[in-house]
Structures are given as C-alpha cells and as structure tokens.
Design a protein around this ligand. Structure first.
Ligand code: ATP
Length: 253
C-alpha cells in the first residue's frame, strides 16, 4: 500500500490546561476526501491547523508525503503552499484585487513569472466561476464569491492537499451550495482534501471516509454510508441526532 500523503501519529496539543488533541492518529491517502465531523470544541479546527503548522504540537509526529513538518520560514511557506488551507472567513487581502490575491502566492512562493501566474489564476477563477470579478476587490464580492476566490487561491499553489476549515459556515444559506458544488468538483477531479464541515449532504456525496472526533480523539471512522447508517458509538449517535453534549463530559477537561 502506498504511503499516506498526510500522516499523523500520536499528536497531542494543549492550550494551557485545555487538552485539545489527545493522541490523534490519522492518515489521508493521495486522492482521498476525508470529512472530519464532531461536536463544537472537539478539536477539528485545531487538528487542521496543526497539519500546516499554523499551530505547533506538543507531542507526536506529522508527516506530509513522508517528510516531517518543517520549522524554518522559507520551508514553512512551501509547506503552506503544498498544504493549502481554505478558512471559514476567506482571509483574502482586502487591498488587493481578486486576481492579485490569486497570483501573489505562486509568484512569491512557487517562483512563477507574473504573466504565467496571471494566466493560471484567470483559468482557475474561470473554473470556480468568478473570472468576471478578477479586477474587483474582495469587498465588492458576495461571501460565496469570496470563498470561491479563496479556493482558486489555494489551487493556484498547486497544492498536494487542501484543508477546508468550515468553508461554508460564514456564508448566507443561498451561497452555501455554490461553494459546495466547487468543492464537489474538486473531489471528483481527484484532489486530496481534508474537510471540516457540518454539511452532512456534502459528506455523504463527496467523502471517501468520515472521521468522527470527540473531545480531542478520533472516536470512529468509516465510509459515509456506514457511518451515517450505523454509527458505532453513542457519541456519534448523539452527534448525528443533534442531542447536546452531557455537561459531565465537559468537566473532564
Ligand atoms: N488559540 C487558542 N487558544 C486557546 N484555546 C483554543 C485556541 N484555539 C482553540 N481553542 C480551544 O480548543 C478547543 C477546540 O477548539 P477547535 O476550534 O479546534 O474545535 P472545533 O471542533 O473545530 O470546534 P467548532 O466546530 O466549534 O469550530 C475549544 O475548547 C477551543 O475553545
């Protein structure tokens, strides 16, 4: 069997007294779409952020394509190009145009010639359906359009994997679908993706594997068909039925 593209072993993370990641083992294979589910506060965002070194870890190991995460500036920039991230809040540069937002990284980090980067960016903006907005600034776009630009920006880096951290949570309901359709297209094209989302329909349609986290641990994982039809644990059943967490479990932290 081939080596996983993303490999976490025994990953631990604390924020002060809060033990947020408790011995996480996780593999994401090349071309695999993994959807990370779990209650609020279970550590999903933090887990994503450790994979491209936005958060350091206290113990364990993370490897991308067999290589441990780097620690120095230039290598970190390359890591974040290889392991692109799409955030809930888009994080576009407000003072730059849409086109500049998408060309900046490839020129600075990948060393592309500006003209080549612009050609590539326009093609990607076309792919996500916002090419006509290329000369506008982010504030002139809807939230759904801004998130599609953020996806084009991630793709422009020619990443090995894209991490999506609740990419539709900040959007008005009518814009959620347009972003999910773009993500579904990427999944169908074979992009390796780790997606934190509460969009169960997306998980059912796009995921090869669902990983359910609770209180900093991977509690169960499986195909969407199995997980949604037959969750193996009481915690997953409670999560899927929308039952609130019990107060006693919060006190264990
Ligand atoms: N930078 C930080 N400093 C301190 N505590 C943090 C920090 N980031 C996250 N936390 C805490 O770590 C815990 C896990 O947070 P995280 O955002 O990873 O969970 P999550 O599963 O993504 O939740 P949600 O679905 O609500 O986004 C939470 O209790 C959160 O308050």
């Amino acid at each position: 069997m081939s080596e996983p593209l993303v490999r976490l072993r025994g990953v631990e993370k604390h924020f002060g007294d809060l033990h947020v990641l408790r011995g996480i083992d996780l593999d994401v294979m090349r071309g695999e779409v993994v959807v990370l589910l779990g209650p609020s506060g279970s550590g999903k965002s933090t887990l994503c952020r450790t994979i491209n070194a936005l958060e350091g870890i206290d113990a364990g190991e993370i490897r991308i394509d067999g290589t441990p995460l780097p620690t120095t500036g230039a290598e970190l920039a390359r890591l974040r190009a290889d392991v692109a991230m799409v955030f809930q809040s888009f994080n576009l540069f407000a003072h730059k145009t849409v086109l500049e937002n998408v060309t900046l990284g490839p020129v600075r980090v990948r060393g592309l010639a500006p003209d080549d980067a612009a050609d590539r960016a326009l093609a990607l903006l076309d792919r996500v359906g916002v090419r006509s907005q290329a000369d506008k600034h982010p504030s002139q776009l809807s939230g759904g359009q801004q998130q599609r630009v953020a996806i084009a920006r991630a793709l422009a880096m020619d990443p090995k994997v894209i991490l999506f951290d609740e990419p539709t949570s900040a959007l008005d309901p009518e814009m959620v679908q347009e972003v999910l359709e773009v993500m579904l297209g990427l999944a169908q094209d074979g992009m390796t993706m780790l997606v934190v989302t509460h969009e169960m329909t997306f998980a059912r349609r796009a995921a090869h594997r669902v990983v359910f986290m609770d209180e900093g641990r991977v509690v169960e994982e499986g195909s969407p068909a199995d997980f949604f039809a037959h969750p193996a644990t009481e915690r997953a059943r409670a999560f899927l039925s929308g039952r609130p967490r019990s107060p006693s479990t919060r006190a264990q932290r």
